[in-house]
Write a protein that binds this ligand. Structure first.
Ligand code: FBP
Length: 339
C-alpha cells in the first residue's frame, strides 16, 4: 500500500521543521473539504454564482468565498503567524509567535466552476517574521509549496524543497496516498498552453514562439506541435508535470495586463517552486520567478514555465529582442536556437 501524506511528512519534515508538517496537513484537510463541496456541484448551492469583486478586481464567486473560509479555518490555532490570499485586500496577522506564513489562492480557475472542469487551490509556505510582513521575500525563501487539483481525481502536489510528490485522495477513507514520488518533467516536449485569443495583444518574442509552433513542419522548428488551454493554472501545471510542455501567460498591451494575469505571491511563486523541483524552469521571460521578490501582495507577473528547454528558448527570444541588435543568424529562419 502506498504511503500516506502523514507518513511521508513524518520522514521529511523533521526536527525544527516538524511543525511544518502540521501546517501542510491542515492545508490538505481544507482541500479535502473543498473537494467534497465541489463534488456536490449544485447540490451544495450555486457555487458559480457571482458575488462581487475581490481585492484584485476579479469576479468573486460563491465557491471562492467558501474555499477562502475553509482555508482560513485551517490556518487558525496552529503555527501560522500570517496569511495572504487572493481573496483578502491585505495580509493578516494571526499569531505573531507562529513560525510560518502562508499565501494562497483558495480557488484557482474560478471561470471553470460551472463547467465541471478541473480547478484547484495553490499554496506557498514561508518563514514568519514575528509581527512584520513576511510576504516580501523572493520565491526562493519558500519552505514548502504545492497545489490541489479538483478533477476526475482529487490530487495534492507537494514540494518541501527536495523533489515533488503527488498524493491522490482516496474517497473510500479520505486518506491522501502518495501515488508519484520524485516527479521529473521531460526537458522538452511538443505541447504548449496559451490563451491564443490574446495573440494581437502580445509582444514580439511571444508571437514568434507561437508562430513557430503553429507553422509546424513547415516552420523553423520543423515539427508539429499540439496546443491545450484549460483556463485553470493548476490543471495546466499538472499536465506539464505529467507529460511535459510549456505554459505561457505573458504580459500584453491590454489595460491592466502589462504584467500578465497571474499573481506572483500565491500563484507564480508556488508553481515555480514545484516546477523547478521537478527539473523544469519558470521565468518571467528574463528573470527566474524564484528570484523575484514580491513588491506588493497582489503583484502580477508574466509567467512561462514547464520543460526547461522550451522556457529557455522563450527567454532567448526575449533576450534577442531586448538586446536591440540586428537579427542574429542564430535566431533567424531555421536558426540553431529555435530548434
Ligand atoms: P483566478 O485565480 O481568478 O481563477 O484566475 C487565474 C486563472 O483562472 C488561471 O487559472 C488561468 O491560467 C487564467 O486565469 C485564465 O486566464 P484567461 O481568462 O485569460 O484564459
Amino acid at each position: 500500500m502506498s504511503m500516506t501524506l502523514e507518513e511521508v511528512l513524518a520522514g521529511s519534515a523533521t526536527g525544527e521543521r516538524a511543525a511544518l508538517a502540521a501546517v501542510i496537513l491542515a492545508i490538505a484537510g481544507a482541500t479535502r473539504d473543498i473537494a467534497g463541496l465541489i463534488a456536490m456541484g449544485v447540490l451544495a448551492g450555486a457555487m458559480g454564482a457571482s458575488l462581487g469583486q475581490n481585492a484584485d478586481g476579479d469576479t468573486q464567486k460563491e465557491l471562492d468565498v467558501r474555499a477562502q473560509a475553509l482555508m482560513m479555518q485551517a490556518m487558525t490555532g496552529g503555527q501560522v503567524a500570517a496569511v495572504a490570499s487572493e481573496e483578502l485586500d491585505d495580509w493578516q496577522l494571526l499569531d505573531s509567535k507562529g513560525a510560518y506564513a502562508v499565501a494562497f489562492d483558495p480557488l484557482d480557475g474560478s471561470s471553470n466552476i460551472d463547467t465541471n472542469i478541473s480547478i484547484g487551490t495553490i499554496f506557498s509556505i514561508l518563514p514568519a517574521r514575528g509581527g512584520e510582513n513576511p510576504f516580501t521575500s523572493a520565491g526562493s525563501a519558500q519552505l514548502a509549496a504545492g497545489f490541489a487539483v479538483y478533477g476526475p481525481q482529487t490530487l495534492l502536489v507537494l514540494t518541501l524543497g527536495a523533489g515533488v510528490d503527488v498524493f491522490t485522495l482516496d474517497p473510500r477513507d479520505g486518506t491522501w496516498r502518495r501515488t508519484r514520488a520524485g516527479v521529473q518533467i521531460a526537458p522538452t516536449a511538443n505541447e504548449y498552453a496559451v490563451n491564443a485569443s490574446n495573440y494581437r495583444h502580445w509582444n514580439e518574442p511571444v508571437r514568434t514562439f507561437v508562430d513557430d509552433c503553429v507553422s509546424g513542419t513547415e516552420g523553423p522548428r520543423e515539427k508539429n506541435f499540439n496546443m491545450r488551454w484549460i483556463g485553470s493554472l493548476v490543471a495546466e501545471a499538472f499536465r506539464i508535470l505529467t507529460r511535459g510542455g510549456v505554459f505561457l501567460y505573458p504580459g500584453d498591451i491590454r489595460a491592466g495586463y502589462r504584467d500578465g494575469r497571474l499573481r506572483l505571491l500565491y500563484e507564480a511563486h508556488p508553481i515555480a517552486f514545484v516546477i523547478e523541483q521537478a527539473g523544469g524552469r519558470a521565468s518571467n521571460g528574463e528573470t527566474p520567478i524564484l528570484q523575484m521578490p514580491a513588491m506588493s501582495l497582489h503583484q502580477r507577473v508574466p509567467l512561462f514555465f514547464g520543460s526547461r528547454e522550451k522556457v529557455a528558448l522563450i527567454e532567448r527570444l526575449h533576450c534577442s529582442q531586448r538586446s536591440d541588435i540586428a537579427p542574429s543568424p542564430l535566431f533567424g529562419q531555421r536558426g540553431l536556437f529555435r530548434v
